[in-house]
Design a protein around this ligand. Structure first.
Ligand SMILES: [Mg+2]
Length: 382
């Protein structure tokens, strides 16, 4: 079997699907994208097709290494997201050829169901409370919210109190009937991270995510030494080589590689194993589409240290399409009391509505993240 063609489809809300065709009629799908820079990843996918067209798609390990190592310069969000989506599509092909779900090829299930969590948008307490109630009705009991709004490098007690007020109100409203993680979203710099974590500690969040940017990872062990709240990070780390330094330095309790950003199933399975060796949990980042989610689930279902899986149903970014809009076998991705079951179909287990994908890709928006400014006009982290 040989790879014949790679076709990309940029799609609302901010996704890109990739279809890899072969000369034997089997095709695989993946989701190579970095939010806000879809066209850059698309160019990288097509550039990498040199390594793939005419090659045997079953040799995933060699193709991965060739895509990674055949360029003198490597790594980073664009190239690793391109490799990630290609890798997912290759695993999809392998599973379809052999007639089994991908997790069977990774050694088989280590659990029967996977705990999922939902994003709750909104910055005002009433909005967040209403959002949680709606998701509770759908069976969820685990959530993630923003830990704060815009935050200066050194900011006022008023700004800190505003962030604490939202969290306090949620804990007061729901008690311990729910759990929630707080995402600082890299918008907090090290001086304020220490302040904010201390103030939020009494409300016992499940974790604090990206307490500072991955670029400032040297602060993770320092912040961890000052709090009992588990710290989480990883959505802006793109390979084992990025994660190894963070794991070795300590401070992170939950690793959050993104299956569409960190080299795909091949690489994230290895990152999960590295995390296990450090007693670090796995909670793959996934605010993206169904193929990224399916890829995440296949790794979760073979990783004993997988603790939580993010998913994008109802996420505030999903303008123009919802998680399962492009999926024909929606029932396979139904929630069961806030959990998902192992996908049963061969490969990734997603039957893509190709006709709809082709149609919608003709008018895909170019999503961009908001650009925030501080009161003095300087650019702020979003
Ligand atoms: Mg995050």
């Amino acid at each position: 079997m040989k790879v014949t063609r790679l076709t990309t489809y940029r799609l609302a809300p901010r996704w890109m699907f990739l279809k890899i065709d072969t000369d034997e009629g089997v095709s695989g799908w993946g989701e190579p994208v970095i939010e806000g820079r879809a066209r850059s990843v698309e160019a990288a996918v097509h550039e990498l097709s040199d390594c793939l067209v005419g090659q045997d798609p079953s040799r995933i390990n060699d193709l991965w290494q060739t895509m990674y190592r055949s360029g003198f310069y490597r790594g980073g969000p664009i190239l690793m997201s391109a490799i990630a989506g290609i890798d997912q599509a290759l695993w999809d092909i392998k599973g379809k050829v052999l007639g089994v779900p991908v997790y069977q090829l990774l050694g088989g299930l280590v659990r029967d169901r996977m705990r999922m969590y939902s994003w709750v948008g909104g910055d005002r307490p009433a909005e967040v409370v209403a959002g949680i109630r709606k998701l509770q009705e759908a069976g969820f009991d685990t959530f993630k919210l923003n830990g704060c709004e815009k935050m200066g490098l050194v900011d006022s007690s008023r700004t800190v109190d505003a962030a604490v007020k939202v969290v306090a109100e949620i804990r007061e409203t729901f008690g311990h009937s729910i759990e929630f993680g707080l995402d600082f979203h890299g918008r907090v710099a090290a001086p304020m991270a220490a302040v904010l974590i201390k103030e939020l500690e009494p409300f016992r969040p499940l974790f604090i995510e990206e307490p500072v940017l991955a670029e400032q990872a040297e602060h993770y062990p320092r912040l961890a030494a000052r709090t009992s709240i588990p710290l989480a990070a990883g959505e802006r780390m793109f390979s084992r080589f990025d994660f190894k330094r963070v794991f070795a330095a300590g401070g992170i309790s939950i690793a959050q590689p993104d299956l569409s950003h960190a080299g795909g199933i091949t690489e994230c399975h290895k990152i999960a194993s590295m995390a296990e060796a450090y007693d670090i949990g796995l909670a793959p980042h996934c605010p993206l589409g169904p193929l990224a989610l399916a890829a995440s689930l296949h790794v979760d279902f073979v990783s004993r240290n997988a603790v939580l899986q993010e998913q994008s149903m109802g996420i505030h970014y999903n303008e123009g399409a919802e998680l399962l809009d492009y999926v024909l076998n929606k029932d396979d991705f139904a929630f069961h009391d806030g959990h998902m079951l192992p996908p049963t179909k061969p490969g990734l287990g997603v039957i893509v509505n190709e006709e709809l994908v082709i149609e919608r890709s003709k008018s895909a928006p170019d999503w961009r993240n908001p650009v925030w400014r501080h009161e003095d006009g300087a650019i702020a982290e979003w």
